[in-house]
Write a protein that binds this ligand. Structure first.
Ligand code: GTP
Ligand code: MG
Length: 137
């Protein structure tokens, strides 16, 4: 597929990095298909990260992801999922490459500035979690 899903996480929106992150995404050749600013309840954050329900950090992750506004987006580019994961860098910012969004803006393993889908299938599921079909242009 040529689409992926992302969201700018609460630490990055609180720090005023939304515009800088969107600029890097567009400069890397991604077209914004859908975009909004919204707030997840702890329950809804739990639904989004249900795959991590058994992990020790799950409760903290849901509290963190509902601690402030997020900016979900659908993005389009050839090879979108893999190229976007490359643009954001490793989960732990200590391991993220120079120039990646997480290297530039992440604070910790948990507060790591941005999400990127890990497969075409999850990109579609996550896009539909936030956006109606009629909003995906
Ligand atoms: P996402 O793009 O957000 O899915 O990150 P990822 O695919 O690089 O990592 P993963 O899906 O494994 O984990 C999801 C999110 O859980 C991460 O982005 C972190 O915010 C958080 N997380 C992952 N591992 C840990 C951990 O060991 N401790 C804590 N506190 N949070 C973690
Ligand atoms: Mg993941």
């Amino acid at each position: 597929s040529n689409r992926t899903f992302t969201m700018i996480k609460p630490d990055a929106t609180a720090d005023g990095h939304t515009g800088a992150i969107i600029k890097l995404i567009e400069e890397a050749g991604f077209r914004i298909v859908a975009l909004k600013k919204t707030l997840l309840t702890q329950h809804r954050a739990g639904e989004f990260y249900a795959v991590h329900a058994e992990r020790p950090f799950y409760k903290d992750l849901c509290a963190y992801m509902s601690s402030g506004p997020i900016v979900p987006m659908i993005l389009e580019k050839e090879n979108a999922v893999a190229d976007f994961r490359k643009l954001i860098g490793a989960t732990n910012p200590a391991n993220a490459e120079e120039g990646t969004i997480r290297k530039l803006f992440a604070k910790s393993m948990e507060a790591n500035a941005i999400h990127g889908s890990d497969s075409d299938e999850n990109a579609a599921i996550e896009s539909n979690f936030f956006f109606a079909t009629t909003e995906q242009y």
